[in-house]
Design a protein. Structure first.
Length: 258
C-alpha cells in the first residue's frame, strides 16, 4: 500500500535533517577579502575611461564627418567654379574663334583689295608709260615738223628774195591769187579765167608745205589723182614752184573742157 507524498512533511523532515547540530566548518574557515570595492572602483574608472573614449571617438567621427561635408562642399564649390571657368573659357574661345574668323575674312578682303589696287596701279603705270611714249613720239613728230617747216620757211624766204618779181609775173599771167588755207602748213592757190564761158569761175587747190616734198590735198574741181601725182613728181624733181602752178592750171582747164 502506497503512502501519499506530503510536501510539508518532506520539507520539515529535511529541515530537521539539515539543522546544524553544532558549529559548522565554514564558520571555522578564515575570512577572505576578495576586493570587490577596489574592483568596483576600477570598473567605474574603466567605464569612465571607456565612456570618455567613446565620447572622443564620437566627437572625432562627428568632426571628421563635418570636415568631410565641408571638404565635399568645397569640392562641389570648386567643381562649380571650374565648370563656370570652363564655360567662360569656352565663351571666350568661341568669341576668340569668331574674332579670328572675322579677322581672316577682313584679311582676305584687304588682300583682295590690295591685289586689285596693285593691278589698277600697274595698269595705270602701263597706261602712263604708254601715254608718255605717245607724247614723246608726238612731240618728236611735232619737233620734226616744226624743224621742217622752219627750214622750209627759211628756204621760202630765201627764194622769195629772188623770186618775188617772177612770182608776181606768174600770178598776173596765170590769173592766180594766193590765200591762206586755215592751217600754217598749207597755201591755197585760186585760178580764174579758166572757163571760156565764165571767166569769173574759180578753180583752186591746197598745197601742203610741212614736208620737203610738195603735196596737194584738196582741189576744186576734182582732178584725177594720177595726173596730180605726175605734176607733183616733176615739181619735187625740179624744186620749182612755177612748174606746179602751170601744171595745175593746165589740169583745171582740161577738166572744165571735158
Amino acid at each position: 500500500m502506497s503512502t501519499a507524498f506530503d510536501p510539508s512533511m518532506s520539507i520539515g523532515h529535511s529541515r530537521q535533517t539539515l539543522a546544524p547540530a553544532g558549529p559548522s566548518a565554514a564558520d571555522t574557515l578564515p575570512s577572505i577579502d576578495f576586493g570587490f570595492d577596489d574592483l568596483r572602483e576600477r570598473m567605474a574608472k574603466f567605464t569612465a575611461k571607456f565612456d570618455a573614449f567613446i565620447e572622443q571617438g564620437r566627437k572625432r567621427v562627428l568632426e571628421e564627418r563635418n570636415q568631410f561635408r565641408v571638404n565635399m562642399a568645397e569640392l562641389q564649390e570648386d567643381e562649380r567654379m571650374k565648370r563656370r571657368d570652363i564655360e567662360i573659357a569656352q565663351v571666350k574661345m568661341s568669341t576668340y574663334q569668331q574674332t579670328i574668323e572675322k579677322e581672316e575674312a577682313e584679311k582676305r578682303e584687304m588682300e583682295s583689295a590690295i591685289a586689285s589696287l596693285a593691278a589698277q596701279r600697274d595698269s595705270h603705270i602701263a597706261a602712263r608709260d604708254h601715254l608718255k611714249a605717245q607724247i614723246a613720239e608726238t612731240q618728236a613728230e611735232i619737233d620734226a615738223r616744226l624743224a621742217a617747216q622752219r627750214a622750209y620757211m627759211k628756204q621760202k624766204e630765201a627764194q622769195s628774195r629772188y623770186n618775188v618779181p617772177e612770182l608776181d609775173f606768174w600770178i598776173t599771167n596765170l590769173c592766180l591769187r594766193i590765200e591762206g588755207a586755215g592751217k600754217d602748213d598749207r597755201l591755197k592757190f585760186v585760178y580764174t579765167h579758166i572757163d571760156e564761158k565764165n571767166w569769173e569761175r574759180e578753180a583752186w587747190f591746197e598745197l601742203v608745205t610741212s614736208s620737203r616734198n610738195y603735196d596737194v590735198k584738196h582741189c576744186r574741181p576734182k582732178l584725177e589723182r594720177a595726173s596730180v601725182e605726175r605734176v607733183l613728181e616733176k615739181v619735187n624733181e625740179t624744186r620749182e614752184l612755177v612748174v606746179l602752178l602751170k601744171g595745175m592750171r593746165e589740169l583745171f582747164v582740161e577738166a572744165i573742157k571735158s
